[in-house]
Design a protein. Structure first.
Length: 105
């Protein structure tokens, strides 16, 4: 049990969610005490996740100077506040308008 708790604490220290840590434990049979080989596999998987996270953070850091920090989503493309924004292709500013004119009533 102490070994499992240690793995949970290490995963949390690395910034992994309890869901991600739980997925790692799903690969163990019930009541299985993790072995050195298990830890090697887990740490290799987690290393890949951490490297991906580091890459994303470095890209965000490098793009930060171009951000005006307003969060209004009116920029043509804001990869920091709204990554993968598909509506930016339609231009900047609001794009969602009613399909029918509003009545005065």
């Amino acid at each position: 049990m102490l070994r499992k708790i240690s793995i949970i604490r290490i995963g949390q220290t690395l910034g992994l969610s309890l869901v991600e840590i739980g997925r790692a434990f799903e690969s163990f049979p019930n009541n299985h005490t993790p072995t050195k080989k298990d830890w090697e596999r887990l740490s290799t998987d987690w290393r890949h996740q951490l490297n991906d996270r580091i890459d994303r953070l470095q890209k965000m850091r490098d793009q930060l100077s171009g951000c005006i920090g307003c969060g209004c989503l009116s920029l043509k493309k804001c990869t920091l506040y709204n990554p993968g924004d598909c509506k930016s292709e339609e231009g900047s500013g609001p794009r969602y308008l009613p399909q029918e004119p509003l009545s005065n009533s």
